[in-house]
Design a protein around this ligand. Structure first.
Ligand code: SF4
Ligand code: SF4
Ligand code: SF4
Length: 289
C-alpha cells in the first residue's frame, strides 16, 4: 500500500495498524455522545468485522481495531445507515470534544453539547495547514482540559453582586481565584474589583444566599497542544457572552491560520513564530462584527 493510500484512508477515519492490511476504524462520537442504537451498531461491527472489542480514544471517539481492507466500504455504508460517520485524521478541523456541560452537569455554565454541534455543523473537516483540535468545557473545573487544544472554550460567568442578599460571611472572597472580592465582616461591606475578575463563576457557586448572580459566557483559549512538545492555550480576548460571536471568532481564527501557518505547524507554533499582533487584530475585527 502506497503512502498516498495510507493518508487517504486516514483522512477517511481508517488508521493503518502494525498488522498488514488491518485498519483501526475511528467512529466519530461528537462531544463524546452516541445514541444507544448506535452504540449497539458499533458493537455489532466490532464483532462482525473486528476482533470483538472497541477502544475509546482520548478524544472521545471510538476505534474498532482489526478491520480488513476489503470490509471498509461495507462498514462505511453500515455506519451511514445508522446515522454515524468516521472521524478522519489529517490536516483539518477534528472531531470536537466536550464535557456534559450545563445541560446535565450541575456545575455547567454553558451548554457544551449544543455549542459542539453548532461548531461541528459549520467547521468540522475544514481543510487547514495542520490539524486543529477544539475542546469545550462547561466550567472552570475544566474536565475537558481545554488548554491542551488549538481552541479551548470554557464556560464562565460575568458576576453581579446583590447587596440585599449578602450576609457578609466572606466565603466568596475565600474562593475567588482573582482576589477580586474583599469582604469586611465587621463593617458589613463587600468590594468587587471588576478588573481582577477571571469570570470563573466560583462566587456564584459558593454563595448560598444567591447574592452573586450573573451572565453566562465563553472564555476562549488559543494555541494549545500536548504532544512531544507542550504548549498551553492562552487567552487573547475577554469573556464572550454571545454564541454567534464565538463562531465569528472561530471562523476568523481558521482564516488567519490558513493564511499564516506553515504546513504541519500547530496554531501555537505559528503564534510563537510570527507574534500575536496580527492574530489579536483578527480577533478584534471578528468581535466587532
Ligand atoms: S467542566 Fe464543569 S460542567 Fe463540565 S463536567 Fe466538569 S464540572 Fe461539569
Ligand atoms: S458568599 Fe454570598 S453571602 Fe457570603 S459574603 Fe459572599 S456574597 Fe455575601
Ligand atoms: S467570577 Fe471568579 S474571579 Fe470573578 S469575582 Fe467571582 S470568583 Fe472572583
Amino acid at each position: 500500500m502506497s503512502e498516498i493510500d495510507v493518508v487517504a484512508f486516514k483522512k477517511n477515519g481508517f488508521f493503518k495498524q502494525n498488522q498488514e492490511n488491518k485498519f483501526s476504524l475511528r467512529v466519530k462520537a461528537l462531544a463524546g455522545m452516541l445514541k444507544a442504537d448506535q452504540v449497539k451498531k458499533v458493537g455489532e461491527i466490532a464483532e462482525k468485522y473486528g476482533q470483538g472489542y472497541v477502544h475509546f480514544t482520548t478524544r472521545q471517539n471510538i476505534e474498532i481495531p482489526f478491520i480488513s481492507l476489503d470490509a471498509i466500504e461495507t462498514i462505511k455504508q453500515e455506519l451511514a445507515a445508522s446515522g454515524m460517520q468516521t472521524a478522519g485524521g489529517g490536516l483539518r478541523v477534528r472531531s470536537i470534544i466536550a464535557c456534559q456541560g450545563g445541560a446535565i452537569c450541575q456545575g455547567g455554565l454553558i451548554d457544551t453539547t449544543a455549542l459542539a454541534e453548532e461548531i461541528d455543523r459549520r467547521f468540522y473537516g475544514r481543510e487547514l495547514p495542520c490539524k486543529f483540535k477544539i475542546a469545550i468545557t462547561g466550567c472552570s473545573n475544566n474536565c475537558a482540559k481545554i488548554e491542551a487544544s488549538d481552541l479551548g472554550i470554557k464556560g464562565g460567568l460575568v458576576p453581579t453582586w446583590h447587596n440585599q442578599n449578602c450576609s457578609f460571611c466572606g466565603r466568596c472572597a475565600g474562593t475567588c481565584p482573582g482576589t477580586a472580592i474583599t469582604v469586611d465582616k465587621e463593617k458589613k461591606s463587600l468590594d468587587y474589583d471588576e478588573k481582577k475578575c477571571l469570570f470563573c463563576g466560583k462566587c456564584a457557586k459558593t454563595c448560598n444566599g444567591k447574592a452573586w448572580t450573573g451572565k453566562n459566557g465563553f472564555r476562549l483559549y488559543f494555541g494549545g497542544f500536548f504532544g512531544s512538545e507542550i504548549h498551553t492555550g492562552k487567552q487573547y480576548v475577554s469573556i464572550i457572552l454571545d454564541t454567534e460571536k464565538v463562531l465569528h471568532v472561530l471562523d476568523a481564527v481558521l482564516v488567519f491560520f490558513t493564511s499564516n501557518a506553515k504546513k504541519g505547524e500547530r496554531l501555537g507554533k505559528t503564534l510563537d513564530r510570527i507574534g500575536t499582533e496580527q492574530f489579536q487584530k483578527a480577533l478584534e475585527e471578528a468581535l466587532s462584527q
